[in-house]
Ligand binder design. Structure first.
Ligand code: 5AD
Length: 347
């Protein structure tokens, strides 16, 4: 019965909300294993054994937003704030290129200290120095003209998780001045500008329910993002949700498989949060259908300060040695790290 739902999801690219709820309610180890087998077969069909790497640059932890779950929310006065200079960011790219990185992801809080012009200039410079690389931005909610300027400067992709597709749930995770409506406006703007767009959500965020999760899956089945980032919610001690329980690894893995079945070509990272919650979390993610890993290329001082949750995975995958280790781990599960931009097929 539930296996039929997995097949139906694969054949139709979506399910009704009640069917998604039914599938989630049926989650147990046997079904999870079946979902993973179907998902990895699809991943192999579209991508072979190739896993794409993205060099993650955490360029600033200043943030004007106050998301209740996030360690770098503006009301957390304990954070040592930092902002990398364009020169420092370019240096990180210079270091990453010879290691095989062909995508650089510039991620930050919503930092008013970077003007739209500065970001645009930076994107232009990275593309000039590395014409064969993709630039992905993950800088939060901006207005249309900012997204347009970044795109015209050469940015290829943009990551902006919707966090939850249920407006009431969104309201319990964010202060009043943030809204699901504006988040959705941003995603539409990004799509209309021709970005490859990434969205996603945390698994096990406070007040999440099978209903809200079904809504997330339904939204993603309709929006069809080119990339989807999901990872377990992990509490941060200086946030509203300090004592909330972390998200479940197996539910995350099951959802990764569901996403692969639903969006067969999606670029699906085994996220840092997944790697942080369990040893070999990222390998397990790839074995559930993920095909992207995002090693951290930020300078070590920045990495320590970009604490969106406690006990964040701190691998040295940035160095040649660290990347060699990652490649070995991927080989051990039958995969190969690709030196490639790793675009969405036919993007
Ligand atoms: N646990 C897990 N993920 C988190 N994020 C923010 N805070 C946490 C947390 N405490 C995720 C959000 C955001 C992305 C950059 O990190 O989904 O979009």
């Amino acid at each position: 019965m539930s296996r039929e739902l997995l097949i139906k999801l694969r054949e139709q690219g979506g399910l009704s909300r009640p069917e998604f709820r039914q599938l989630l309610a049926a989650h147990e180890p046997g079904l999870q294993a079946e979902a993973a087998a179907l998902a990895t077969a699809l991943r192999e069909q579209h991508y072979g054994n190739r896993v794409f790497i993205r060099g993650l640059l955490e360029i600033s932890n200043y943030c004007r937003q106050d998301c209740f779950y996030c360690g770098i929310r503006c009301s957390n006065r304990k954070v040592q704030r930092y902002r990398l200079s364009p020169e420092q960011i370019l240096e990180c790219c210079e270091m990453g290129y010879p290691l095989g990185f062909r995508t650089f992801v510039l991620q930050s809080g919503e930092d008013p200290g970077y003007s739209d012009e500065l970001i645009s200039d930076l994107v232009r410079e990275i593309k000039l120095r590395h014409p064969d690389c993709a630039v992905t931005l993950s800088l939060g909610e901006k207005n249309f003209s900012a997204y347009k300027a970044f795109r015209e400067a050469g940015a290829d992709r943009y990551l902006l998780r919707h966090e939850t597709a249920d407006a009431a749930h969104f309201g319990r995770l964010h202060p009043l001045k943030q809204s699901l409506q504006n988040r959705m406006r941003c995603l539409q703007d990004l799509r209309s500008l021709g970005y490859q767009v990434g969205s996603g959500f945390m698994v096990g965020s406070p007040f999440q329910s099978p209903q809200t999760l079904a809504e997330d899956l339904y939204f993603l089945s309709e929006f069809k993002p080119e990339m989807v980032g999901i990872g377990p919610f992990l509490p941060h001690r200086d946030t509203v949700f300090a004592n909330a329980k972390p998200g479940d690894m197996n539910l995350t893995l099951f959802l990764l498989s569901i996403l692969r079945l639903m969006l067969p070509k999606v670029l699906l990272p085994a996220t840092t949060a997944l790697g942080s919650i369990a040893p070999e979390g990222r390998e397990k993610g790839v074995l559930a259908g993920a095909n992207v890993i995002m090693p951290n290329l930020s300078p070590p001082e920045a990495r320590d300060k970009y604490m969106i949750y406690n006990n964040k995975l701190r691998t040295g995958a940035e160095g040649a040695e660290g990347l060699r280790l990652l490649a070995e781990k991927m080989r051990a599960i039958g995969c190969e790290i690709a030196v490639d931009r790793g675009d969405y097929p036919d993007a």
